[in-house]
Ligand binder design. Structure first.
Ligand code: SAM
Length: 221
């Protein structure tokens, strides 16, 4: 990618393609190891004190959060549009000895329909719809939350580091307040904020901001 200068149409197309299933499949099918095995900190903060129930993690990738939740006693469905990501996730669940508490669902969050599925926790971390579509994704995810259950949506907040990348990267980022209006009636916001997180990079620690929306479904309507 061409750094902080204006992007050609071709660069932009290549950047947009990175966000599609083929782009993710290519990455997950390759040799590169992304797996840290650690759960995302905003997930741990939100559910640590909860009694385990059923959970859905959309955009679960290699399954770090799915495996962690299952290890805490949750019954978890990991959803992703990348078949290769789900295959890696299933291997990790097997290795962690939690395969009997997880299942997998290949689905695109942009056309996702919960149907009769209802979970005590619906979570999504860094899914990054490139077309500014996180509000729509949030609206869809909310339909899968059981009454009394929680919805947790986390992504990168807009930052200088990311805005230098591409139009697609830029549109994939959001502030918690921007997806708040997507909550349907019957939801009560619990957390709507940006939180600083420290990333360990080769060059040393880097501060990043997570946008965090946590909401509870208070009623069935
Ligand atoms: C940056 S990774 C994050 C993975 C994991 N949630 C984590 O925090 O480590 C984004 C994941 O979202 C998936 N994804 C992106 N857009 C999606 C969509 N529209 N529907 C379903 N999955 C999607 C990708 O395949 C990828 O596995």
């Amino acid at each position: 990618m061409s750094g902080h200068h204006a992007h050609s149409e071709q660069d932009e197309k290549a950047a947009a393609a990175m966000f599609e299933p083929e782009g993710w499949d290519e990455r997950y099918a390759g040799q590169e190891r992304f797996w840290s095995g650690k759960p995302n900190p905003q997930l741990v903060a939100a559910v640590d004190a909860l009694a385990p129930g059923t959970a859905l993690d959309v955009g679960c990738g290699e399954g770090g959060d799915v495996v962690w939740l299952a290890g805490q006693g949750w019954r978890v469905t990991g959803a992703d549009f990348s078949a290769e990501g789900l295959a890696r996730a299933a291997r990790h669940a097997e290795q962690a000895g939690v395969a009997d508490r997880v299942d997998w669902w290949q689905v695109d969050a942009r056309s996702f329909a919960a149907g009769t599925r209802a979970y005590d926790l619906v979570t999504s971390h860094y899914l990054h719809a490139p077309d500014g579509g996180m509000a729509d994704v949030t609206r869809r995810l909310a339909t899968a939350v059981a009454p009394g259950g929680l919805l947790l949506v986390v992504g990168h907040a807009p930052s200088h580091e990311f805005t230098q990348l591409s139009e697609s990267h830029r549109k994939a980022m959001f502030l918690a307040a921007e997806i708040l209006p997507a909550l349907p009636d019957g939801f009560e916001p619990v957390v709507v904020e940006q939180r600083t997180r420290t990333l360990q990079r080769d060059t040393g620690p880097v501060e990043a901001e997570d946008s965090v929306l946590l909401a509870r479904r208070t009623s069935g309507d």
